[in-house]
Ligand binder design. Structure first.
Ligand SMILES: [Cu+2]
Length: 87
C-alpha cells in the first residue's frame, strides 16, 4: 500500500482497523490495526518541494469486513474512512 499526501494543508495517514463506525475524534484509539503492518503514521502535507509518501505491506490474514481510516484526530470522524472487505 502506497500513501501519497497530495493535500497542501493537512497530514494524513492510513490504518486498516478492527474498529467500526461511527468513528470518534480519536478513531485510532477505537481498535488496533487489523493486520500486522496495516498502518502508516501520518505524513506531512505537500510542500513546494513535492509530496510526501510512505509505503507499507501487510497480509490480510482473516476474511471479514474491516474499515480503513485516516488516524489523524478528527479525520475519520469527518468521513476519511471506508470499508475494507477481505473475502
Ligand atoms: Cu487525514
Amino acid at each position: 500500500m502506497d500513501l501519497v499526501n497530495a493535500d497542501q494543508g493537512y497530514m494524513h495517514g492510513f490504518e486498516v482497523t478492527t474498529a467500526r463506525p461511527p468513528f470518534r475524534e480519536m478513531a485510532m484509539m477505537q481498535g488496533p490495526a487489523a493486520f500486522s503492518g496495516a498502518f502508516i503514521m501520518p505524513i506531512l502535507p505537500e510542500t513546494s518541494q513535492g509530496q510526501y509518501h510512505r509505503s507499507t505491506q501487510f497480509i490480510a490474514t482473516k476474511a471479514g469486513t474491516y474499515y480503513y481510516i485516516c488516524p489523524v484526530p478528527g479525520h475519520a470522524a469527518q468521513g476519511m474512512a471506508g470499508q475494507f472487505v477481505v473475502s
